[in-house]
Design a binder for this molecule. Structure first.
Ligand SMILES: *Cc1c(COP(=O)(O)O)cnc(C)c1O
Length: 453
């Protein structure tokens, strides 16, 4: 299988190249050249364990990796999860399910992709002998999950930009208390979007990218999207047979990566009924689905900080298909949006999508209501997925983080402590972080000075 760029200005590449580069050299995002039809496999896959399912799914895409090696890579990637099902389903009522995606080492769904990505990188470095520098920008959970996926991997130096003071103290500890010598958390003054913009400019400098072996771990990396596809398959198989084709997947959304993964699996033939894009008060995607206008707004820090995003980078992948797989049209839309801060669609082809918006006051009320009604503690991101919807039919809410990552919000909402042993252990450790200006020059200089050779 080969992979193409959404912007269509570079030749197709192999799986390993797409993973190593992250962002395509034309600043587009990689997608499979054709989407496979999964229907013939569904029966056979139904009884597989999570890791087996992941291996079977990836073997369709990662055709340039030896099957035995792929098996090892995948098997290693799900050993640090603390639940035997990896992505367990909790039934709250006949009409309401939760898909818990927080049983990985950093207690957020991003571990599903980043544990795997770390092992893909390691295998690749072993094959090529070429070291990699990873640069990422995080609104909290990506950075922690990336750092824990890449900790101690031979040949990888990791640099993670994050908005200083705008991520939760525990998220910061997960990134800064590792004691690892190949990991550099970079605290910048500004928002997540500032961090992401600076990072994108660094990636556009192709000479620098080649010099340091630059790779991206943000959700622009195709391997992350594919890894996230697997839990939609797993959830589908683990739901009762009479529910699975009638259930809407509700996805707390920021960068549109998680929900895009589900939508791709649906396009590959998994009979998912539909998706609800659940945003917080940073609602560019909710406004888009309601008004067909994609319009930039300021980022307002919220109780669900990992969704404090306005420019949803993975939306470009959706656009590619929605606009008839036409890279020229994608380039035009992205350019117009970049120049004017908005794009008005004539007709957005988004069948199967609904959306909701939840502000901070509602997040607190929802956490309280869900706890009273079901005895279930939802983290503030997951709470956005529990926003009440009229006539929704059965829903499965993707729980994207463990509540213990946001103890203050939980305490305020239900008057209870939410703790987790792995987070308690971090409180004893020393914080190591570096202040860097959010400019491409400053970031490049810091990287050149700190790459572990
Ligand atoms: C990253 C994150 C999200 C948003 O996911 P996207 O793929 O960016 O839409 C939601 N909740 C939590 C807890 C996250 O870490």
């Amino acid at each position: 299988m080969q992979f193409i760029s959404t912007r269509g200005q570079v030749p197709p590449v192999s799986f390993s190249t797409a993973v190593a580069q992250g962002l395509a050299p034309d600043a587009g995002l990689y997608l499979p050249e054709t989407l496979p039809d999964l229907k013939p496999f569904l029966k056979e896959w139904e009884g597989l364990s999570y890791a087996e399912l992941c291996e079977a799914f990836f073997s369709i895409f990662a055709t340039d990796i030896d099957p035995a090696e792929l098996k090892t890579i995948v098997a290693k990637s799900y050993t640090k999860f603390d639940h035997a099902d990896i992505a367990p389903i909790v039934k709250l009522s006949e009409e309401l399910y939760v898909l818990e995606l927080f049983h990985g080492p950093t207690l957020a769904f991003k571990d599903f992709a980043l544990q795997l990505l770390g092992n893909l990188y390691e295998a690749q470095i072993a094959r090529t002998g070429k070291p990699i520098s990873v640069l990422g920008a995080t609104s909290g959970d990506t950075g922690a999950a990336a750092i824990h996926g890449l900790l101690g991997k031979e040949g990888v130096t990791t640099f993670i930009l994050y908005p200083d003071g705008r991520i939760s103290p525990l998220q910061e500890r997960q990134m800064t208390c590792t004691g690892a010598s190949n990991v550099f958390p970079l605290a910048i003054k500004g928002s997540f979007d500032d961090a992401q913009a600076a990072m994108k400019t660094v990636f556009e400098d192709q000479e620098f990218a080649a010099e340091v072996g630059l790779s991206a771990v943000n959700s622009i990396n195709l391997a992350r999207i594919l890894a996230q596809c697997v839990y939609y398959l797993s959830a589908f198989f683990r739901l009762p047979a009479d529910v699975r084709e009638n259930v809407t997947f509700v996805v707390p959304t920021g960068n549109f990566g998680n929900v895009l993964a589900g939508w791709l699996v649906q396009r590959m033939g998994l009979p998912i009924k539909g998706f609800r894009v659940a945003t917080n008060q940073n609602d560019i995607l909710h406004r888009l689905f309601q008004t067909e206008v994609y319009k930039l707004d300021a980022v307002a820090p919220s109780l669900a900080p990992s969704m404090d995003i306005q420019v949803a980078s993975n939306f470009e992948r959706f656009l590619y298909y929605a606009e008839g797989s036409d890279p020229a049209k994608v380039r035009e839309i992205i350019q117009t949006f970049k120049d004017t801060g908005e794009y008005i669609f004539e007709e957005l082809k988004a069948e199967g999508f609904s959306s909701s918006r939840t502000d901070d006051a509602e997040i607190a009320t929802i956490i309280q209501r869900v706890y009273e009604q079901y005895g279930y503690i939802a983290d503030p991101h997951t709470a956005c997925g529990f926003a009440p919807m009229a006539d929704s039919g059965p829903e499965i809410v993707l729980s994207t983080a463990h509540p213990a990552k946001f103890p203050d919000t939980i305490q305020e909402a239900i008057g209870q402590d939410s703790t987790h042993p792995s987070l308690e252990a971090l409180k004893q450790r020393e914080i190591v972080k570096h202040a860097v200006e959010p400019t491409p020059e400053a970031i490049k200089a810091f990287m050149r000075a700190h790459i572990v050779r």
